[in-house]
Ligand binder design. Structure first.
Ligand code: FPP
Ligand code: MG
Length: 337
């Protein structure tokens, strides 16, 4: 976990090329991240370190650092801390999510639940979460503790909604949007908002960046859900297909069903319900999502979200940082992992 260890070297190379201009900022965030976890007990340390391997693409910390640059201060100790806090909250949610999804692999390594069991994984997720909260609570400005407690509630409520909505083939697109707004977009929005706040930005900057973060997060989850149905586990590096196994309706399936006329609806609904139980039916559904245009329509919706994110950036003066946010937005829709 420390500066020049093999782990941190391999993690360095994990930063997507587009984030190279932020390498030094991200290294400072990494230092804070490790500091926040440095007093983990001897018994939990291996598990905590293992969980730290899940923060791969560094999109959220990068967005926090860019927001702070746009706000004027650039990377300060507090900005690095809030970036690390948001990333740690994200890591904690992934640890818990993998238990709920029964996922075996994330970022090409075993999930905590696979390696140490559900019981330990729940507790480690809680440790990460409480350490993140403690770091926020020690900041002079209480904004992060107050704001992030609301954000985390939104993430949890998104997850609860998703649970309640499972096995409902009639789930409307609006409900799906509400779910992903909470479970994913809220934390993307938070990443830029805390960067703008602790970078001493004004309300106009916070609003513009918050809008950008929200739409980027929506696009990210739509692409993630498409990859869960159609991606290759070796390329994506995590367990896939869990959405269908758990009866989750995601955008490709919602759009596919919505495009069917009244006579086709019962058979389409029946195929979806079979796909929740039977791998053969799941394969058939995947083929039809592709051949009947639902995947293309999903990609178009993700692009619309990205266009909205880009439009939010228009409110900001031209700068290399604004360009970098636009590049990150492009990266989200083109990603295959
Ligand atoms: C990934 O979804 C999961 C999330 C975006 C949020 C999960 C949040 C929780 C389980 C709540 C836990 C909260 C705290 C504060 C510890 P996904 O399964 O669609 O994506 P994946 O393919 O990456 O697993
Ligand atoms: Mg999952």
């Amino acid at each position: 976990m420390h500066g020049s260890s093999p782990t941190s070297r391999s993690r360095r190379s994990d930063i997507p090329r587009i984030l190279e201009p932020l390498r030094e900022d991200l290294e400072l965030v990494g230092v804070k991240y490790r500091q926040i976890l440095s007093d983990a007990s001897r018994e939990s340390r291996d598990m905590v370190r293992h969980a730290a391997r899940f923060n791969g693409k560094r999109l959220r910390p990068a967005m926090t650092c860019i927001a702070a640059r746009l706000a004027g201060s650039g990377i300060t100790s507090d900005v690095a801390t809030v970036a690390a806090v948001v990333e740690l909250i994200h890591t904690a949610t992934l640890v818990h999510d993998d238990i709920l999804d029964g996922a075996e692999v994330r970022r090409r390594v075993a999930t905590l639940n696979t390696r140490w069991g559900d019981h330990a994984a729940v507790l480690v997720g809680d440790v990460l979460f409480s350490k993140a909260y403690r770091a926020a609570a020690y900041l002079q400005d209480p904004f992060a503790s107050r704001y992030l407690s609301d954000v985390v509630a939104k993430v949890l409520e998104g997850e609860i909604h998703q649970d309640i909505a499972a096995h409902n083939p009639s789930l409307p697109e609006s409900a799906y949007r509400q779910i992903i707004r909470g479970k994913t977009a809220a934390l993307y929005e938070a990443a830029v908002t805390v960067g703008a706040h602790y970078g001493s930005g004004d309300e106009a900057l916070k609003t513009a960046l918050g809008r950008y973060g929200h739409h980027l997060g929506m696009a990210f989850q739509i692409v993630d859900d498409r990859l869960d149905l159609t991606g290759d586990e070796d390329t994506v590096g995590k367990s896939l297909g869990t959405d269908l196994n758990e009866g989750k309706m995601t955008l490709p399936t919602i759009l596919w069903l919505a495009a069917k006329d009244a006579e086709e609806q019962p058979a389409a609904r029946a195929l979806i319900e079979r796909a929740w139980q039977d791998p053969e039916a799941a394969l058939e559904l995947r083929r039809r999502l592709d051949s009947e245009g639902a995947l293309d329509r999903t990609d178009a919706v993700a692009r619309e979200e990205i266009n909205e994110a880009m439009a939010a950036l228009e409110a900001l003066p031209k700068s290399p940082e604004r360009d970098l946010l636009a590049t990150i937005a492009g990266f989200v829709t083109s990603r295959t992992r």
